[in-house]
Ligand binder design. Structure first.
Ligand code: HH2
Length: 305
């Protein structure tokens, strides 16, 4: 595989900062520096027919949706062309590329946001990086050595997510001796390996709902401070997931995916308060509003108590 060519001349800096504050999170990219304080919103752009909450977009709708999320306040657009919902069967690399690349090209022309690619395939990552994507979001946590090689050659940050098993069967009987220790060890080990092999920066993600029961998800959220111990930014993605539907169940039963946005906001605000640096969300407008008010009330109402 030939490494994508990177132009050294075209350097950009993304700096997302709360006024009068120093950036506390930094991601290094061979062309860019990405620094921020507080938390970034990663908006989910699913380009699949079968995602659990919002699949079925045409190419044009995918582009328009990405641009809408950017206008609503997404700092990062996470483009994904394979559903990894529980029970999902893998698709071919060709299908993934044909769904993803035309949208990526168009979004790159029309957007200033950081663009992340949600893929576990090295071939898909390679083409997307050649087209100018800025980050790779790998739900398999860099389990393919070729993915490590591609990301290291181009010099892009990677989100390393923990998943137990494969999407098709991962929710059948998830089992751990100690979920927090096992997930933390996996993430730290993969982060160490990635940096040693030349990936410039990593973000860690415990993978809410990926081979986990409600109790496992709760233990991982409670363990965010432990996940932060190595100093890498932590991403939490609980948006519209089953745990929200279960925690918010009413007399009429578990809430459906499209009824889970308010609960997702509540959970993500809690995660941010405990140190999450990025939240991955479907409802960008709702999260952006909640974060703006959250920041303002802490600063102006309760900040000096
Ligand atoms: N969750 C999903 C997909 N990608 N990536 C990271 N880093 N963290 C997550 O929690 C995560 C993820 C599943 O959500 P969604 O993309 O909406 O569903 P689907 O996989 O069905 O497209």
């Amino acid at each position: 595989m030939n490494p994508p060519r990177a132009k050294k001349t075209n350097t950009l800096t993304w700096r997302f900062a709360v006024p009068n504050s120093e950036p506390v999170h930094n991601l290094h990219h061979n062309l860019h520096q990405i620094s921020w304080t507080g938390s970034l919103i990663m908006g989910v752009v699913n380009l699949t027919p079968d995602s659990f909450s919002d699949g079925g977009r045409s190419l044009e709708d995918g582009v328009e949706h990405a641009l809408l999320l950017e206008r609503q306040g997404a700092h990062i657009l996470d483009l994904g062309a394979e559903s990894t919902r529980p029970g999902a069967e893998p698709i071919s690399v060709e299908t993934e590329i044909s769904r993803l690349i035309p949208v990526l090209r168009e979004v790159k022309k029309r957007s200033y946001a950081l663009i992340s690619i949600d893929t576990r395939r090295a071939e898909v990552a390679q083409i997307a990086l050649e087209e100018g994507a800025h980050l790779i979001n790998d739900v398999s946590g860099l389990s393919d050595p070729q993915m490590v090689e591609v990301c290291a050659k181009v010099g892009v940050p990677v989100v390393i997510m923990h998943m137990a098993g494969q999407p098709a069967t991962m929710q059948e009987q998830p089992h751990y001796q100690n979920v927090l220790l096992e997930v933390r060890d996996f993430l730290f080990q993969q982060a160490h390996m990635a940096l040693e092999r030349g990936i410039p920066s990593v973000v860690l993600d415990p993978g809410i709902g990926f081979g986990k029961t409600l109790e496992h998800n709760v233990a991982l959220l409670r363990g965010i401070p432990e996940l932060l111990e190595m100093g890498y930014p932590v991403l939490i993605g609980a948006s519209r997931k089953a745990m929200i539907g279960t925690l918010a169940a009413t007399g009429t039963g578990i809430l459906k995916a499209d009824q889970r946005d308010a609960g997702s906001i509540a959970l993500h605000l809690g995660a941010i308060q405990h140190g999450a640096a990025i939240i991955r969300v479907h409802d960008v407008a709702g999260h952006a509003q909640a974060l703006a008010v959250w920041d303002a009330v802490w600063d102006r109402v309760w900040g000096n108590e």
